[in-house]
Design a protein around this ligand. Structure first.
Ligand code: ZN
Length: 323
């Protein structure tokens, strides 16, 4: 086994750190999970990241000289080229942390940093639903909406690493406030958080809906999953909320189809658990709003890699940078 084929992928999230030793074909040969415990502060989290990487090497009896590179993905905003984590909302206290340098200094292995949505795009492209495709858009729909662009077979970063921020394209001027400060972003209209927020408003307004009983009248217990369940049971209010959100998602995707003329849109994230209630409206909106030749060229498919998308994405980042 040639050493250049082994990389370490690290998926740093707000709640957990997932690390794997990965071969060039995406085969995971050792894996480690641990809690981020972000509240304990930056130093403790970095120590856990390093220990997690050491753990996968020792599990597989691989020495650091056999590892070609480390890829780490983290929530944005990041300075990718400098390898700096700027100030992610879910890693409190992190201010311009030179994560790439810290890992290189401690492990002695070349390290590359990437934002989590871009890494996931690369992951699905290399190992998942997008294998063999040249032009692909990846989006993840869960509490937020993120995305990454694979253009001409390569991850596209744009001028300052912000390309593919699909969640923050404006869909409804003057619409609901988004976490980014803008109004009417796709994320503020079609994410799980957005769906739950609208449903809570309806329940709080005493609009007749199954969701009131399903939560014992406590709007705080409403999640996007519960809205989907209520819609599945024929609840009109839940159905309207979900349909509207997925129409917005579809319009966002139709715009991307016109902009990038992709062969494939891969959709991942927790909200895809609702299946055709998400994919149906997206396909329909593309049909309805995108230019015919672009709409005919694109397929919409669910993501393939499940929970390993992040860690394999981090590995894919390392592999793509070392060539
Ligand atoms: Zn936004």
């Amino acid at each position: 086994m040639a050493s250049k084929h082994i990389v370490i992928g690290i998926d740093l999230g707000g709640t957990k750190i997932s690390t794997a030793l990965v071969e060039s074909d995406g085969k995971i040969i050792a894996q480690d999970y641990r809690k981020t415990m972000a509240a304990e502060g930056q130093q403790a989290v970095i120590e856990r990241i390093l220990n997690s990487a050491r753990q996968v090497m020792s599990q597989a009896k691989v020495t650091r000289s056999q590892v070609a590179a480390v890829g780490i993905c983290a929530p944005g905003p990041l300075d990718i080229e400098a390898g700096v984590v700027v100030a992610p909302p879910n890693l409190p206290g992190w201010e311009r942390v030179p994560l790439k340098q810290l890992i290189e200094d401690n492990l002695g292995i070349t390290t590359f940093l990437e934002n989590d949505a871009n890494a996931a795009a690369l992951s699905e492209h290399r190992f998942g639903a997008g294998r063999g495709v040249e032009h692909m858009i990846y989006i993840t729909v869960s509490t937020g909406i993120g995305g990454g662009l694979i253009l001409d077979g390569k991850l596209y970063h744009g001028a300052s690493g912000m390309a593919g921020e699909v969640g923050h394209i404006t869909i409804e001027p003057g619409g609901p406030l988004c976490g980014c400060g803008n109004r009417g972003c796709l994320e503020a209209l079609a994410s799980g958080t957005a769906i739950a927020r609208v449903a809570r408003e309806r329940v709080a307004q005493n609009v007749p809906t199954l969701m009131t009983d399903m939560t014992d009248g406590d709007p705080e217990r409403i999640t996007a999953r519960l809205v989907a369940e209520a819609a599945g049971q024929g609840d009109k209010v839940a159905n309207e909320i979900l349909t509207k959100a997925m129409d917005y998602l579809g319009i966002g995707m139709a715009n991307l189809v016109n902009l990038f003329n992709p062969q494939l849109i891969v959709i991942g994230g927790g909200l895809t658990n609702i299946g055709e209630r998400l994919f149906g409206p997206v396909r329909q909106a593309i049909e309805q709003h995108a230019l015919r030749a672009a709409a005919q060229a694109v397929r919409v498919a669910p993501a393939d890699l499940g929970d390993n998308v992040g860690v394999l994405g981090a590995a894919a980042v390392a592999q793509s940078r070392i060539g």
